[in-house]
Design a protein around this ligand. Structure first.
Ligand SMILES: [Zn+2]
Length: 440
């Protein structure tokens, strides 16, 4: 086991690479830029899916969702996670994650968990409210038994967004979303300051990106006339009202603006877990801090969520015996040549009733190929990512040979699809959660 074997993993929900590009080289986000200067930054890390459970399931098992059958609505305990591997190596496991069933299941065997209440959204300010200080407390605790892992999942960037109050915002900030990124930047600085980098490897990544609506007023609140009632209403009900109001508001914004917005602006009104997998959703940042690695290195080669699990084990010098889809990125970090691997990408189910999502496909640094999960002739799209990075032109009709080639590759990979039925979480609990998250 290597000496710097403690591990801090932070996954930031909905933090896509397009948001990262707003932060890079901007004075307003100096902590984030310092982080990039201290670590290895993978600028083309491809998520396996467009939803939290399936993306994180793939980060922590090294397997694609169609193989591990882990998602927002179901957990497959037969598959070994990174945390199982660390536990076998006598790691003490700590977490700070939302009280959503997926995370409760993922952290079930941990030494200590802080499952923060995601439900109190109106007063909920994430990092700046209390989670930031809780993280610093956990990092500072001297009695943590080494080696340890601290796993943190942040919901600060998850829709519907809330702009934290009581924060000293830079005067140059022009919109609400930048304000939220500023708070994230501040706390990234604080957290990294609290880490002993001599003994700790830090991994920062995200589950997926998000369509942040360009026309949405992010600061939606319960109207005053309902506020008086609030104290007497059960907690979940106030949240349901708020979610309903926000959904309705969003719908009316869409109705009003649809014709005024250009193609790319209209795309920001899409929702995840449907039939789209634009790069905005599946490109996520991956940052690794380890004192033995060259600082400030940027790796532009395409890598994948499934590569994170074997990379972490490789860094910690823990042997991997699982059959997985990913490969360790350590050679790439050590400046050895590695061939680019094809990434499989899929949409996640929208409801617990659907066992799999609607769309599956492949991404390379040249092309993205997508089609319906059930029927290889439906919903076909092919984008030339090199020439058309915004994925505006579906070239499936003019490039039939490429479609054919990619379909052959995909159907070969899908032969290994896990066909077993994995039981979903309790239906009532899921319904409650979807309301909490604003999906119902
Ligand atoms: Zn998510």
């Amino acid at each position: 086991m290597s000496k710097n074997s403690n591990l801090l993993i932070i996954t930031i929900d909905s933090f896509g690479s397009d948001q990262v590009s707003k932060m890079i080289n901007s004075d307003m986000f100096s902590n984030f830029n310092n982080l990039l200067k201290t670590g290895i930054y993978f600028s083309n890390s491809v998520s396996s899916s467009d939803s939290t459970g399936s993306s994180l399931g793939s980060i922590f098992t090294g397997k694609y969702p169609f193989k591990n059958k882990i998602g927002h609505f179901r957990f497959n305990s037969k598959i070994k996670t990174l945390f199982d591997k660390l536990s076998e190596k006598e790691y003490s496991l700590y977490s700070i994650t939302p009280d959503i069933m997926f995370f409760m299941e993922l952290t079930k065997k941990f030494t200590k968990n802080i499952h923060y209440t995601y439900d109190e959204r109106e007063s909920w300010n994430g990092l700046n409210h209390k989670i930031g200080n809780q993280i610093l407390d956990e990092l500072n605790k001297q009695n943590k038994k080494s080696p340890w892992l601290l796993y943190i999942h942040l919901m600060d960037l998850h829709l519907p967004l809330k702009v934290p109050k009581n924060f000293n915002y830079n005067k140059n900030i022009s919109n609400d979303f930048e304000k939220i990124l500023c708070v994230l930047d501040f706390w990234i600085g604080k957290i990294i300051e609290g880490v002993d980098l001599e003994k700790t490897t830090v991994i920062i990544t995200s589950d997926h990106g998000e369509y942040v609506p360009v026309v949405e007023n992010l600061d939606v609140e319960i109207p005053n006339k309902l506020k008086g009632l609030k104290k007497n209403l059960p907690k979940n009900l106030t949240d349901t009202i708020l979610t309903f109001l926000q959904k309705e508001k969003r719908k009316s914004i869409i109705r009003k603006n649809k014709n005024k917005l250009n193609e790319m602006e209209n795309r920001t009104l899409l929702e995840r877990n449907d039939v789209y997998l634009y790069d905005q959703i599946i490109l996520t940042p991956l940052i690794i801090l380890n004192k033995n690695f060259k600082q400030g290195k940027i790796i532009n080669q395409q890598v994948r969520h499934v590569d994170i699990f074997p990379t972490i084990l490789d860094i910690l010098q823990i042997k991997n015996e699982e059959i997985i889809d990913g490969i360790s990125l350590k050679p790439l970090i050590m400046e050895k040549k590695m061939d680019e691997e094809i990434a499989v990408i899929e949409t996640a189910p929208k409801t617990p009733k659907e066992e799999v999502g609607k769309i599956i496909g492949l991404r390379t640094s040249d092309y993205k190929y997508l089609r319906s999960r059930k029927n290889s002739n439906e919903y076909i799209s092919l984008y030339n990512i090199k020439l058309d990075p915004l994925e505006k032109n579906n070239i499936k009709n003019s490039e039939k040979a490429i479609v054919k080639k990619y379909e052959r590759l995909l159907s070969k990979l899908l032969k290994d699809e896990n066909q077993e039925t994995v039981k979903e979480f309790d239906e009532k609990c899921i319904e409650e959660e979807l309301k909490k998250l604003g999906y119902m």
